[in-house]
Design a protein around this ligand. Structure first.
Ligand code: MD3
Ligand code: FE
Length: 199
């Protein structure tokens, strides 16, 4: 479903077996040299989400060159397949970064824009585990109008074109709603991005 121009939601895109593999990969990355961490914002606020970055390193609000953990080619290929699924063509999508967000009990993400990437490429979002409310706003500011969409495990969302600059956030995660077969207590979101930065 096209929620707004360039914003395409594909519910239940990933089969459960693939979701399980992704959850296991997310666990494995967390045991590596770049653990999940709460981001401390320049104003002193601490995000409730725990994040990990593959490929580039992200600090608020920019990417750094040092690549501590490579972005696996199979994950980049999944991103290309995702763009092809949403738009009918992968458009040569070549992500160099995956940002993985973990939402434990009570975690949420305030309304924000993703402006660090120097590329017109879309962002691919994959959801795993607990269901949530994803709030998709407008490019002018944090306020209304917005559209609330429920995201469930296995859902794909691709944000390109005009939707790329829209404010968005995750106001609510519904605890205990993940398929028990996933063995995940909380919600994981993987976003694949082209930073457009070369180091
Ligand atoms: C719309 N993550 O990592 S994914 C983020 O579910 C982020 O963890 C949320 O917002 C999450 O920056 C939402 C959906 C998403 C990701 C990137 C976007 C929507 C976007 C970039 C531009 C517009
Ligand atoms: Fe975002």
């Amino acid at each position: 479903a096209e929620v707004a121009p360039g914003a395409v939601h594909v519910p239940d895109w990933l089969p459960v077996a693939r979701q399980r593999e992704l959850v296991e990969a997310c666990r494995e990355w967390g045991r590596g040299p770049v653990p999940y961490e709460r981001t401390v914002l320049p104003g002193g606020g601490v995000m409730s989400v725990r994040s990990l970055c593959l490929g580039r390193r992200w600090v608020p609000y920019r990417y750094l060159g040092a690549v501590a953990v490579a972005l696996p080619e199979w994950l980049a290929a999944l991103g290309r397949a995702a763009v092809a699924e949403a738009y009918g063509d992968d458009g040569g999508f070549a992500p160099d970064t995956a940002l993985v967000n973990f939402y434990g009990a009570g975690a949420r993400m305030g309304m924000h824009q993703d402006r660090e990437e120097r590329s017109a490429a879309p962002v691919v979002s994959l959801s795993l585990g607990d269901r949530c409310v994803f709030r998709f706003g407008n490019a002018e500011g944090r306020g209304r109008p917005w559209t609330d969409v429920e995201l469930a495990s296995g859902d794909l969302f691709v944000f390109g074109g005009p939707s790329r600059r829209a404010f968005h956030g995750v106001p609510t995660v519904f605890p205990g709603t993940a398929d028990p077969a996933l063995g995940l207590n909380g919600r994981l979101n993987i976003t694949l991005r082209e930073t457009g930065l070369s180091f």
